[in-house]
Write a protein that binds this ligand. Sequence first.
Ligand code: PMP
Length: 368
Amino acid sequence: MIGKSVTLADLPLRADLVGRSPYGAPQLDVPVQINTNENPFPPSPALVADLAASVGAAAVELNRYPDRDAVRLREQLAGYLSRATGVPLLTANLWAANGSNEILLQILQAFGGPGRRAMGFEPSYSMHPIIASGTQTDWVPFPRRADFTVDVDAAVAAIEEHAPDVLFVTSPNNPTGGSLTLDEVAALLQAAPGMVVVDEAYAEFSDQPSAVGLIDEFADRLLVVRTMSKAFAFAGGRLGYLAAAPAVVDALLLVRLPYHLSTLTQAAALAALRHGQETLASVAALVAERIRVQQALTEQGFSVVESDANFLLFGMFADASAAWQAYLDAGVLVRDMGIPGYLRTTIGTPADNDVFLAASAELAPVPD
Ligand code: PMP
């Protein structure tokens, strides 16, 4: 292989990146892949046909740059989110990018950066601190309680002490699964001196109302981030979005790369939205499966963290990484988040979940 004589240590890497690890959920080809919170149901044949035709039609104009502001897509996303939340949103309230990860990056490029700090309630989504470090934003972790809920009074005190420029609130939280109530989110917003990102990647699976309903009241600081990767079963399409006051969207325009959303991505996402109703029917099925898996794990002797997302954090394992390997040996890829004693499983198809539960029965904690 050419270039092999150079190692990472030979490169003039930014000092703050030395020794860091990249995001790395394993991508292994095993029969049951339930480690990245994807929707296990593939797109319908009707969606695939519509998407192929739309992308084909768009291909005729690929010599031209895409719509830089993705106006039609944002208009359709505004329609979806308005219907889902009951909050009247317009195109100017929406922004879209290649996955919500890119939205999060743009937020930190605009509102974080050197000399600024971001705060989050850990354990939470591992990309929040990774994107903070990539943008040279200081990261202030604030611990959740032992049961993984947020002590809101203590969090308010920590916000007042650290005055974060950006506060991350993940609801439902990944990898633990619980949500904050709207009152709790409002209390955090009230205390926050900077921007507050409510990451609602799993909102469709939850009964809690969306923080979108708080945008008007907290227009100068609230950003609600969503994705089509989970409920919309569009992880491979890479489409994330955000709802906020129009001025917040204007701020993100200052840092986005021109033409960041390709013509093909925009056409594909529009097709996925046209078929949204049929795709979102999987949400109820996945919630029912989550309840079934939670009950079965509990009966097997596991302790399962209350979740209103499409995954469950469960334990206690004497050695979580050995248990992760034992699942893998049984053809089941779950996730070891580095939380001592716990693993996370994504809710798969009923057949996936049966294989997972059969493997779990072999690993169940021995009652004392
Ligand atoms: N936020 C949270 C809480 C997530 O769990 C994920 C994906 N695991 C994302 C954002 C990013 O998703 P995507 O970039 O696919 O939209």
